[in-house]
Design a protein around this ligand. Sequence first.
Ligand code: GLN
Length: 475
Amino acid sequence: MKIDLKSLNIEKVHNSFLTGEYTVKDLTEAYLGVIKEKNEVINAYLEVFYNDIDSQIEIADKMFKNGTATLMTGIPIAIKDNTLFEGHISSAGSKMLENYVATYDSFVVKKLKEEGAIILGRTNMDEFAMGSSTQTSAFGVTRNPYDITRVPGGSSGGPAAAVAGDMALASLGTETCGSVRQPASFCGLVGIKPTYGAVSRSGIIAMGSSLDQVGPMTKTVTDAEILYNTISGKDLLDSTSLTDEFKSTVEKSIFKKKIGVPRAFLNGGGINEEVLKNFEICCEKLKNAGYEIVDVVSDTMKYSLAVYYIIMPAEASTNLARYDGIRYGLSVDAPNLYDVYTKSKGKGFGKEVRRRLLLGAYILSHGFKEAYYRKALNVRDMIAKELLEIFEQVDVFITPTVPFPAFKLGEKMDDPLAMYMNDIFSAPANLTGVPAISIPSGITKEGLPLGLQITAPYLREDILFSIGKEFEKLV
Ligand code: GLN
């Protein structure tokens, strides 16, 4: 049976399951067919879970039969290689964990299983989620389905390419700074970074614990909302996950239909001309749809990237200290313990990871901690305070998601600072914990997707979804 995968979204599929137009098995097989055809070139999947697909289909079928099916039941979905799925390898794109088999399910996988989703496989990523192009993966680059000479973005390049290439209906990525939104933007998808604490981090291989969040990558805003509702919620295994009770205490401001543009911050971003033009068109469209667009002033947002590149390596070097050749992962035999440590890390970690671990150790070392780490934490607080002031004036603020479209494979790899510019507009949301979404906003002359980023106040995903659904229709 031929199913037009391009045109599908979650609700459509659910209805087709209900009417019997096709079965969960038919749909899963259609996706597996595309994976077979395309994955060798795109390299979105590192592994397809062929051995458990039949049992997952059986569970979904049963749920439809006994009336417990939800919108997510039978939906073929891809996960990222840092998301634990019991009994399966989770390597975080690294030689260090090449043979690491998860001993428990991450919270988000548990949720997907509960709803009977079909987890097709694990997808490629930058090593330990450090990167913006999926080129630091130890298992080869992933290509952008829109143009296979270009990167899909990163670090969730695999989850993005899987959906953009019709190798899954939706996927879950993770963010520390833009790793869901940036690849979504490069691959013409919707990507959301939820409020910090909205989704449990349990079972996600940690990078920067005060920044990490799991986020949906989908074709439509409604799909992102459905997936967000599936994976969010309190989890006792992550003390930073938020209870419903706490969420209900957060004051919700009245919707003003007012959108802010942080002009000075934008202009400092080194934006590509076509991206800027597209952004102005987006502003015009929102204005025509009845929104007031106003400039908002931000003195501190411009420091976000610098602050991120201090806090993240500090946290990453602490988190990744566990990969010492003894407790987890690759272990190189050596005559003494010190050599086991250094040789295992030297062999297990790639260049970008080693760069960040060294930077992190330096930042946290005696004498430098005050000068770098503490100062960065102070500036982080200042940015958060300023965002609160901005959200008193406007409902949300917007920027392009990334200052440029998908770049060529190989580009920026020898210039870490140029690579880090990918994250400039993402950083404020991760540092302050507020939610932000990237929504497809048009394509360049060369046919490359662009994204509009909307950032909302703490726990106001509802505003992102409502403006997002409206905006999606305007593009
Ligand atoms: N580009 C960011 C970085 O390299 C992405 C991190 C992330 O969100 N996982 O740190």
